[in-house]
Design a binder for this molecule. Structure first.
Ligand code: IPE
Ligand code: IPE
Ligand code: MG
Length: 249
């Protein structure tokens, strides 16, 4: 029985977030340029989106470029930006055909104008699609997202500060880039690194974490299904006892 067949269709996570890591090491192992790793990584991203759609995941968030990644060598940043541009351009047709809705989270004002334009065009053209929502975290930093949210909240409540008393966690979530997107039930990180790297700090509060040593360019559909299978073996207690969870079933 394949791992995909072993999945419980009633416990497919709605939202999976992925830290796609290990492109550089994959290239180094092969004596290749880091950008070659990123190219293979872009293929793995496409495969993973397909795998997610196949099993009925509704949202997949892919961490493609962090706020901190702006500090990489100029050549690598430029290479990543042009890869992004060409990947979106070449995949837009398939995206539309496959009913995938593209969204971007992050500070897109920092992107080069051509990348910004291409990204916006793809988002707009796919906005009425009703299948999987693929969210690309681009120029994304979670602390930056939270600080921006606070700034906007302060501006919105300036004229009626007394209303802040009624402000809830749900209200706060509505100020984040991920407004209207449910929190991920599952986070996957490849390449054996055991950290969050400024990704979705608020949204991952109760996510199940899954780490694999597979380097991102090697990440296959099977690897994705394996992560979901592993997730399905977990007991999500949300602070309650195991007994309480059992009684709910
Ligand atoms: C992930 O791979 C891609 C990005 C962060 C853009 P890395 O480039 O971080 O690969 P390693 O960690 O150096 O192997
Ligand atoms: C995190 O990977 C960002 C992305 C996958 C886009 P990094 O490779 O940049 O993370 P650190 O710096 O090693 O934590
Ligand atoms: Mg890395």
């Amino acid at each position: 029985m394949s791992i995909k067949e072993k999945l419980d269709p009633n416990r497919i996570p709605q939202h999976v977030a992925v830290i796609m890591d290990g492109n550089g090491r994959w290239a180094k192992q092969r004596g290749k340029d880091r950008l070659e790793g990123h190219h293979q990584g872009a293929k793995a991203a496409r495969t993973t989106v397909e795998a997610a759609a196949e099993i009925g995941v509704k949202y997949i968030t892919l961490y493609a470029f962090s706020m901190e990644n702006w500090n990489r060598p100029k050549d690598e940043v430029a290479g990543l930006m042009s890869l992004l541009l060409s990947s979106i351009a070449s995949q837009l047709g398939d995206l539309i055909k496959n009913n995938i809705r593209l969204k971007i989270i992050g500070d897109t004002s920092l992107l080069p104008p051509d990348v910004f334009a291409q990204v916006n065009q793809a988002v707009q053209q796919s906005q009425n699609n009703t299948g999987l929502t693929a969210i690309i975290a681009l120029s994304y930093g979670s602390r930056n997202e939270i600080v921006n949210a606070v700034k906007n909240i302060v501006a919105d409540y300036k004229s009626h500060p007394q209303d802040i008393e009624k402000f809830t966690e749900e209200d706060f979530a509505n100020y984040l880039y991920t407004k209207d997107i449910p929190d991920p039930e599952l986070l996957v990180r490849t390449s054996g690194e055991l950290r969050i790297s400024n990704f979705l700090l608020w949204q991952l509060s109760y996510s199940e974490l899954y780490f694999t040593n597979v380097l991102w360019p090697d990440f296959s559909k099977e690897d994705f299904f394996e992560a979901v299978y592993n997730y399905q073996q977990r007991e999500r207690r949300f602070g309650k006892t195991s007994q309480q969870i059992a009684n709910l079933k």
